[in-house]
Design a protein around this ligand. Structure first.
Ligand code: NDP
Ligand code: HSE
Length: 433
């Protein structure tokens, strides 16, 4: 069979890795795909650098439109990143009837619904395994392997940079800035690392996972997002003492009245699998009603692991090239005309357990007043401890049972107004998984 012709938009960390994997495993990939996968053109900014990697046989351009409009190319692989050029090039590729593979979660989180609709119209595939959790085949697992299940929740460490930073700070005592610099040097971080540390990248990925889990449109703009920049070392230490580890989790969960969609630092039991995911590794837990809990673990970023997912998509495209839409797996796991309009819940209506740290004056009646407010707000205390007082001030730490977030926020507001409270109450969410 004739080779499938690929145009690569971008030859950076992931694009370069894709080139390497396609070459180093060419025979194995051909045996699996049934035909050769051949990169015939690449788009970059720095032509000389690209030439040094791909040699003279591949066309190199600085304008992606040359690739997406090239009639010889069957599949366009978008590995440029961002939402401007990448969107124009992807939309034009689809308009030209080309299949698209992308690792760009920002693009899909913000424009996925329009991209999938256009692709549906043109009968082309849009594959995005690398966009969520790098090398872990989580999209495949959720679209195909778990297709028998009603998914109840998904919780994942889906940003390698923040997991790397939290791990390095904890195990090597590195500062936040040094750990971030290392993550950037290793190629894990986004071009704009605030996307990583503020939780935006994880929310991009989570909004895709929620669509795959619940058959809803991609709704990144409705995700609740908190990053790790305001996380205090003392809360990480208190959590450890209580038997928990702090991880940046993306959580999406089906409730009776809607879907939770949230990214935030979370206390998870130190004995749980997610607590033991270190460095830039990712892990996603999916709970299906038939299968129960399942966990997917692996490298969430980096050159070759991410390329592994890109090439897997290319093989899928090669295998399904001649099939029509009805014989392909739907983009978001559910048939496009069977999507649900289940609402995303406002944060006030989510349910979680909570870690609260209150810095208070150390005098009689303080604990009683706090406990009274929690009780009046229907919040049940699971455990608590008090730090030794320093200069008549002490920290009291509470772990609550599951409560409605709106009730917790209202209680915190009341507690905050008490005259013995010395600084803003710290509130972190706890998941037993
Ligand atoms: P890089 O910055 O390493 O590479 C970007 C590539 O795009 C470079 O080759 C660059 O060219 C090219 N490029 C940028 N702007 C233009 C332009 N205007 N015209 C032509 N070419 C351009 O990014 P990554 O490889 O890290 O990321 C690519 C995508 O993959 C992003 O969407 C990212 O979110 C996603 N991703 C990244 C992962 C990772 O581990 N890095 C993991 C999972 C997903 P030049 O080489 O000349 O500078
Ligand atoms: N910046 C991302 C991360 C790359 O750190 O996980 C993978 O999507």
């Amino acid at each position: 069979m004739s080779p499938i012709k690929v145009g690569l938009l971008g030859l950076g960390v992931v694009g370069g890795g894709t080139w390497k994997v396609l070459n180093q495993n060419a025979d194995e990939i051909t045996r699996r795909a049934g035909r050769r996968i051949e990169v015939v053109a690449v788009a970059v900014r720095d032509v000389e650098k690209a030439r040094a990697l791909v040699g003279d046989q591949v066309q190199i351009t600085t304008d992606g439109m040359d690739i997406v409009r090239n009639p010889e190319i069957d599949v366009v692989v978008e590995l440029v990143g961002g939402e401007t050029l990448a969107k124009d090039w992807v939309m034009e590729a689809i308009a030209q009837g080309k299949h698209v593979v992308t690792a760009n979660k920002a693009l899909l989180a913000n424009h996925g619904n329009a991209i999938f609709a256009a692709a549906q119209e043109k009968n082309v595939m849009v594959a995005f395994e690398a966009a969520v959790a790098g090398g872990i085949p989580i999209i495949k697992a959720m679209r195909e392997g778990l297709t028998a299940n009603r998914i109840q929740w998904v919780a994942g460490i889906i940003n390698g940079t923040t997991n790397f930073i939290l791990s390095e700070m904890r195990s090597r005592g590195l500062s936040f800035a040094d750990a971030l610099a290392d993550a950037q040097r290793l190629g894990y971080a986004e071009a704009d690392p605030t996307f990583d540390i503020e939780g935006v990248d994880a929310a991009h990925k989570l909004s895709l996972l929620a669509s795959l889990a619940f058959g809803i449109p991609v709704q990144f703009s409705k995700a609740h997002i908190e990053g790790i920049t305001t996380l205090a070392a003392e809360d990480i230490a208190h959590a450890e003492r209580l038997g928990y580890t702090v991880k940046l989790l993306g959580i999406t969960r089906a409730r009776k009245n809607g879907i939770e969609l949230r990214v935030h630092p979370t206390l998870v039991p130190s004995s749980s699998m997610l607590a033991n995911v270190q460095g830039a590794m990712n892990a996603v837990m999916v709970y299906g009603d038939a299968v129960g809990p399942t966990v997917y673990y692996g490298a969430g970023a980096g050159e070759l692991p991410t390329a592994s997912a890109v090439v897997a998509d290319l093989v899928d495209v090669a295998r399904l090239l001649t099939a029509d839409h009805d014989h392909r797996v739907p983009y978001l796991a559910f048939q496009h005309n069977a999507m649900a309009d289940t609402p995303i819940l406002p944060m006030a209506d989510i349910q979680s357990a909570y870690y609260l740290r209150l810095r208070v004056e150390d005098r009689p009646g303080v604990l009683a007043d706090i406990s009274r407010i929690l009780a009046e707000s229907q919040i049940s205390i699971g455990s608590m401890f008090q730090e030794p007082a320093v200069n008549d001030e002490t920290d009291i730490i509470f772990l609550t049972h599951e409560a409605r977030e709106g009730d917790i926020e209202a209680a915190i507001e009341r507690i905050q107004s008490l005259d013995f409270v010395r600084s803003p109450v710290t509130r972190l969410r706890v998941e037993e998984l």
